[in-house]
Design a protein around this ligand. Structure first.
Ligand code: HEC
Length: 144
């Protein structure tokens, strides 16, 4: 009985260790956030809508409104401090360059496992609203 107990504690401790190790790897904000086998497919996926002023405006309303994006990603897109994985700095031109719309859509549909990024598309916003908010996120790179 006692042995089992000890074993449980040891597995728990090693789980914690693995967790923080994985956390350390995730700190590289340029690393892809999607399953590796989908990466190529998502990188080829285009935003089906053109980035018109109307769509950017609609995306802004989602960001500050029902998408609740602003609570974690902040009004200027730089992100608020969160325990664990801090949100991306959306104003970082290198991040903007590396990350594709298709990858962002995957995160909006699935959340970012192991982080506080929640599922948005299909839950609080529609697919089209998701593409619009991605157009809005792109405007942060021109902000500075
Ligand atoms: C509860 C906090 C929270 C909310 C609400 C939230 N996010 Fe996030 N978001 C995060 C965190 C934390 C990350 C970083 C996750 C990671 O490391 O992969 C993230 C990551 C992302 C990414 C992926 C970044 C990358 O590098 O690929 C996108 C895109 C994104 N969020 C957009 C949004 C949008 C758009 C909304 C609103 C519709 C939103 N988020 C709402 C916390 C949040």
């Amino acid at each position: 009985m006692r042995m089992i107990h000890l074993n449980l504690i040891t597995s728990f401790v090693s789980l914690l260790a693995w967790g923080s190790l994985a956390g350390a790897f995730h700190l590289d904000i340029y690393e892809p956030r999607v399953p590796p086998k989908l990466l190529e497919y998502l990188q080829d996926m285009d935003n089906p809508y053109p980035p018109s002023p109307e769509r950017i405006e609609a995306g802004r309303e989602i960001y500050f409104g029902k998408g609740l994006c602003v609570t974690c990603h902040s009004h200027d897109g730089k992100g608020v401090e969160l325990p664990g994985h801090t949100p991306r700095d959306f104003t970082d031109p290198k991040w903007q360059d590396i990350r594709t719309d298709g990858e962002m859509m995957w995160v909006l549909r699935n959340g970012s496992p192991g982080t506080q990024m929640p599922v948005r598309v299909g839950k609080v916003i529609s697919e089209e609203e998701g593409w619009n908010v991605i157009h809005f996120i792109r405007t942060f790179s021109q902000a500075d």
